[in-house]
Design a protein around this ligand. Structure first.
Ligand code: GLA
Length: 404
């Protein structure tokens, strides 16, 4: 076990010194504006509204992002996902359908609230929901988005998989090259508009996008298939991020998919686990719940400023798993100024709290007692030593910051 831990710790140390990567691609696009210097924060329509989203839902959400304080907590992108598209006009310009009568007016409304507007398309002829994609119209679409005032594009592989299969049957490397080229094509189209846009790659983690997405301008790239509002799916996706820390940094982030906090039947502890894990991962925090029916509990989880500060830490280091023992996992994220966020998760199914979980400081590379703060409880714990023990509920988490 000890050798294994050392190995895992080495991973964290690499994350500490590595990834001093300069911003690339879309991050340097347009008028030289730097986008996504910290993981993008906002809201997206898909996880709750899916194909039913309308202009009114987006306006209501914009209003609520302001009135709930979420905008001021950092959630500034309001992203329309799939199903806004209609066909094309005689000049080939993309049209919006009856749910979105005037995209420019909607962008103006969102911008007037101090928010930014995001949109969705696919490099294929069709999107995942079988609406119009950008194939053959990349430059025209990017220019249309810029004319509307779009600030963020989620570009979803979907229909393009058919082109890959048809044009490079049984040749996976050739298919992967087609995919990368398609993402680079839209990257160049965005650059040509001169408007800074966050460029969000969505291709479900195919062909290890963390190794190439920044080179095609990706500010974030999905690392997995779709999330859903269940603890099993959310925690599986979150735990699969182990080992990806070294690929993330300012301007380019791993994206384990949008938040389900407040959706489905996720419990208080499960929502806290979700929010904590995504923050330790320096993941984009794109809420996906219905803000018109948000409980105070969900609001307090999404808006915990100390947890958000861990996600948004200016050092831009993604955290990683440092220890696992059955259902107990300890993940740590280096913070600016030498501090560290440490999360003790109980992914287990035990009906009761798991008592007496030990946090060995030496597993975190720390030789002496340190000052600790319990983030969710907002409580200083004083100085903790190597035999610190805690109690973690089923599907729950204890999140500490420690000063070294
Ligand atoms: C894919 C994406 C989802 C969502 C839908 C929309 O499944 O992964 O996030 O955008 O398409 O159709």
């Amino acid at each position: 076990m000890v050798a294994g831990l050392r190995f895992l710790m080495r991973g964290v140390c690499i994350a500490l010194v590595g990834s001093a990567v300069t911003m690339s691609g879309a991050a340097q696009s347009g008028a030289g504006a730097k986008v996504a210097a910290t993981p993008p924060m906002g809201w997206n329509s898909w996880n709750f509204f899916a194909g039913k989203v309308t202009d009114k839902d987006i306006r209501d959400t914009a209003d609520l992002l302001v009135s709930t304080g979420m905008r001021d907590a950092g959630y500034v992108y309001v992203n329309i996902d799939d199903t806004w598209e209609a066909g094309r006009d005689a000049q080939g310009r993309i049209k919006t359908n009856e749910k979105f009568p005037d995209m420019k007016a909607l962008a103006d409304y969102v911008h007037a609230k101090g928010l930014k507007l995001g949109i969705y398309s696919s490099p294929g002829a069709q999107t995942c929901a079988h609406f119009e994609g950008s194939l053959g119209h990349e430059e025209q679409d990017a220019q249309t988005y810029a004319d509307w005032g779009i600030d963020y594009l989620k570009y979803d592989l979907c229909g393009f998989r058919q082109n890959m299969r048809e044009q490079a049957a049984n040749d996976i490397p050739a298919q992967n090259k087609m995919m990368r080229d398609a993402y680079e094509k839209m990257h160049q189209a965005i650059l040509k508009t001169g408007r800074p846009m966050v460029y969000s790659l969505c291709q479900y983690g195919w062909d290890a996008p963390w190794t190439w997405a920044p080179s095609v301008g990706g500010n974030l790239w999905r690392t997995t298939g779709d999330i859903n509002a269940t603890f099993d799916r959310m925690s599986l996706i979150g735990r699969e991020q182990a080992g990806l820390a070294k690929f993330a940094g300012p301007g380019h982030w791993n994206d384990p998919d949008m938040l389900e906090v407040g959706n489905g039947k996720l419990t208080h502890d499960e929502n806290m686990t979700h929010m904590t894990l995504w923050s330790i991962l320096a993941a984009p925090l794109i809420a996906g719940n219905n803000l018109t029916a948000m409980t105070d509990d969900v609001k307090s989880i999404l808006m915990n400023k100390d947890v958000i500060a861990i996600d948004q830490d200016p050092l831009g280091k993604q955290g990683d798993r440092v220890y696992a023992e059955g259902p107990v996992e300890i993940w740590a994220k280096p913070l600016n100024g030498g501090a560290m966020a440490v999360a003790v998760f109980n992914f287990g199914e035990l009906q009761t709290d798991m008592k007496g979980i030990r946090l060995h400081l030496k597993e975190l590379g720390i030789a002496k007692p340190v000052k600790a703060h319990d983030v969710w409880a907002n409580k200083d714990l004083g100085t903790i030593t190597d035999d610190f023990k805690t109690t973690v509920p089923r599907h729950g988490v204890v999140l500490l910051t420690i000063q070294r």
